[in-house]
Design a binder for this molecule. Structure first.
Ligand code: ADP
Ligand code: MG
Length: 404
């Protein structure tokens, strides 16, 4: 792939030009408080580089899943405020996506200004399956730019989506990968070619069905595949063991059975778990063998013996990819498994291993559990996108940047 980068755009000269930037600013909100600003922090470098270089920066982003219509609860207002704070410059928020306010504000931009358009998914054409509808929105977005406009794709978390602000805009303007997208692709390439061994993959999180394709793709590459989290219980059920009220995807049991047989030498599963009598932070907790989950109880974390065994493998690995928490880390009583595994990865990184964290909740766990972010080689901002890349799928938002 030959993809032009932000550096190429800067070399061409960007002062006075309007540049549309697609960022991933989809942060978790509690009311209008941002609970984890990770994606804003990760998006800031590209925006600030362009503004510093004198571009008129127009940022496109989405928040949550509005149903193609304005929803005040999903306004980007808190995001605009936080972005301004992070950039140390004023960030205007348009009152609409490509309406009168956006147009007027875009026309009023001067060199170095930053304008954030309102939640791009307030416009139903953004995610439309109809090519013509998406293209019409893309054209309206391009109308916001002067002559000499450019498009910078920096929302790695959305490059697996064929959407107007991700894909179609790139077909209309000179296009470039932002620093975040370029960095993510470089990291993922390292995980799929010439990985240093031993190579360990740690998968957890809630659903096997979400992660099946990546299990299949990585089980062949990795030396070890550690499985924990909610998805583990379907594997346990596949061994004919009672899982009580733990998460279990009945329809995936046969698939899990096959995976356990096919990759018997590669897959490592817990031998003990922390169980709870209800799904809550103050549930009663007990540590038991995986063979002894009583009826009415549910597994919410991996147990200490499993952590020790997984940590021994991980701390001596040279390449580690981790996606999905080992337990319900949001509840302190059930966060030790995730923390223990993460600490082992940090230890490996300290010894020179290349480590990557993928997945929104896994990245949030790193921050919530107070682990050093620089204890990992890379924390990916794109859960679904990084998984699809590792599965070997074609990502429309990357493919469209090729051959700039
Ligand atoms: P990521 O976003 O990192 O890809 P997922 O979205 O797949 O991760 O899963 C994260 C969620 O899985 C977390 O909210 C966590 O609470 C939940 N989870 C982990 N272990 C369990 C479990 N044993 N039972 C229920 N939920 C779990
Ligand atoms: Mg998630």
């Amino acid at each position: 792939m030959t993809v032009k980068t932000l550096k190429d755009l800067l070399d061409e000269g960007v002062a006075g030009r309007s540049v549309l930037v697609r960022s991933d600013l989809n942060v978790p909100l509690d009311g209008d408080t941002i609970t984890d600003p990770g994606r804003i922090l990760a998006s800031a470098p590209t925006i600030s580089t362009l503004a510093e270089a004198g571009a008129k920066v127009i940022v496109m982003a989405h928040l949550g899943r509005p149903k193609g219509t304005p929803d005040p609860a999903l306004s980007l207002a808190p995001v605009a405020a936080k972005l301004g704070e992070v950039l140390g410059r004023n960030v205007q928020l348009a009152g609409d996506v490509v309406g009168q306010d956006a147009l007027a504000r875009a026309e009023g931009l001067t060199d170095g200004d930053v304008l954030l358009l309102e939640n791009i998914r307030f416009d139903p054409r953004e995610t439309s399956k109809d090519d013509a509808e998406r293209l019409a929105l893309a054209k309206a977005l391009v109308e916001l730019t002067d002559m000499g406009g450019a498009f910078v794709s920096d929302g790695f978390g959305v490059v697996h989506r064929k959407q107007a602000s991700v894909y179609d805009v790139a077909t209309l303007l000179p296009h470039y990968a932002g620093t975040l997208v370029a960095a993510e692709v470089e990291v993922l390439q390292k995980l799929t070619t010439d990985e240093e061994r031993p190579y360990a993959v740690v998968l957890g999180g809630s659903k096997v069905s979400d992660k099946l394709a990546v299990i299949e793709a990585l089980a062949d590459k990795a030396d070890t595949l550690v499985i924990g989290g909610g998805m583990y219980y379907t594997f346990l059920a596949a061994q004919g063991v009672s899982v009580g009220n733990s998460l279990c995807e009945e329809s995936m049991i046969d698939t899990c059975k096959e995976l356990l047989e096919r990759y018997a030498d590669v897959i490592h599963i817990p031998q003990d778990v922390v169980i709870a009598d209800s799904f809550s932070a103050d549930a009663e907790a007990r540590t038991v063998s995986v063979l002894e989950i009583p009826d009415g109880w549910m597994g919410l974390d991996i147990g200490p013996q499993s952590v020790e065994r997984f940590a021994a493998i991980l701390s001596n690995s040279r390449t580690v990819f981790w996606n999905g928490p080992m337990g319900v880390f949001e509840f302190p009583k059930f966060s030790a498994g995730t923390k223990g595994v993460a600490e082992a990865i940090v230890e490996a990184t300290g010894k020179g291993a290349f480590s990557v964290v993928g997945g929104g909740d896994s990245a949030a766990a790193v921050r919530l559990l107070g682990l050093p972010e620089d204890g990992f080689s890379h924390i990916s901002t794109g859960g679904g996108a990084s998984l699809e890349y590792l599965e070997g799928k074609t990502l429309p938002g990357l493919e469209v940047l090729d051959g700039a």
